[in-house]
Design a protein around this ligand. Structure first.
Ligand code: NDP
Length: 286
């Protein structure tokens, strides 16, 4: 069976390794440079096809994938005439940005009206999972679109869950990010206290890793906290955006920890926004 042509939009920390995995699985990847040419050169060397415009990318694709920073770029790309006027060949869109449910639904309506399927499919697993092809996909959309998209998702992800209709993917991702954001700060506080009390990182991970205080962040971010090593990864400004989405969705609820986490990430954004979100530890560690 001939593999599909996939137009890939958003070639950042996540998009680049995800697109490389599609190439490895035999898909034809089409793309256009945005500001940074580096990922385009890497993809070209791996067999992807570069086009001079987004409309050319769209015209050559049966499937479009987007992994963009947030709502603003989702709107800019998906609702542009460069994309919308050239969809003749496109069967469906897989939208993998961590954006808001509302923006996702607004975009999906436009595409569904044009007869193009939409899968709302944000991911978890970080750049490590993106490179290894072991991401978790939280998919919102019809069972039929998910079934069609499944082989493509399998090239990038280990776990694919259908969580509801379009919008539900972005919603569960926001809940995950609220937890991840809080857990990261909690891990930084644990690192600060263990440094003061003379408890080594390895012991901490081993013992608390098997105790009730364990978290993914404690197990995976303690080393970067200890070494004050904050290369991204997942940029702090993106985590700040994610907690903001959760707080917006929960604005009528009492979410004291999320509110405080949102404030801390927002305060840290100016100085540490381009670093890994573990850099929130800089504001906590001695
Ligand atoms: P990056 O900032 O590394 O990448 C964003 C990419 O989008 C860049 O390649 C950028 O291009 C491109 N871009 C921005 N605007 C446009 C546009 N208008 N048209 C085309 N391309 C555009 O972010 P990540 O890859 O880290 O994150 C992407 C999404 O995935 C975010 O929503 C994030 O929250 C989510 N996510 C990130 C994870 C991570 O560990 N990093 C994990 C799970 C989810 P250029 O650089 O050339 O401007």
């Amino acid at each position: 069976l001939e593999k599909q042509n996939i137009g890939f939009i958003g070639l950042g920390a996540m998009g680049l390794p995800m697109a490389l995995n599609l190439l490895k699985h035999g898909y034809h990847v089409h793309m256009k440079a945005h500001a940074n040419r580096t990922p385009v050169e890497t993809l070209k060397a791996a067999g992807a096809i570069e086009h001079p415009s987004l409309s050319e990318v769209v015209r050559h694709s049966e499937v479009l994938i987007g992994v963009l920073p947030e709502d603003r770029q989702m709107q800019e790309v998906w609702l542009s005439s460069e994309v919308l006027d050239h969809l003749q060949r496109v069967r469906f869109v897989i939208e993998m940005t961590s954006g808001t449910p509302a923006m996702m639904k607004k975009i999906a309506q436009v595409y569904i009206d044009k007869g193009v399927g939409v899968l709302d499919a944000p991911v978890s697993g970080g750049t490590v999972g993106a490179e290894a092809g072991t991401l978790t996909v939280m998919a919102g959309g019809s069972e039929q679109v998910l079934e069609e998209a499944q082989p493509i998702l399998s090239a990038m992800a280990k776990n694919v869950y259908r969580v509801g209709d379009v919008g539900a993917g972005k919603a569960i991702k926001a809940i995950n990010q609220m937890l991840a954001g809080i857990h990261m700060i909690a891990a930084a506080e644990a690192a600060a206290l263990s440094e003061k009390l003379g408890i080594g990182t390895d012991v901490l991970k081993q013992v608390i890793g098997n105790s009730s205080g364990a978290s993914w962040m404690l197990l995976n971010k303690m080393d970067s906290l200890e070494n004050r090593a904050f290369d991204p990864g997942f940029k702090l400004k993106l985590m700040s955006k994610d907690v903001r989405i959760a707080l917006y969705e929960g604005k009528d609820l009492h979410l004291p920890l999320a509110a405080l986490a949102g404030q801390l990430y927002q305060d840290g954004e100016k100085e540490y926004g381009e670093l890994d979100f573990a850099a929130i530890g800089t504001t906590i560690l001695p």
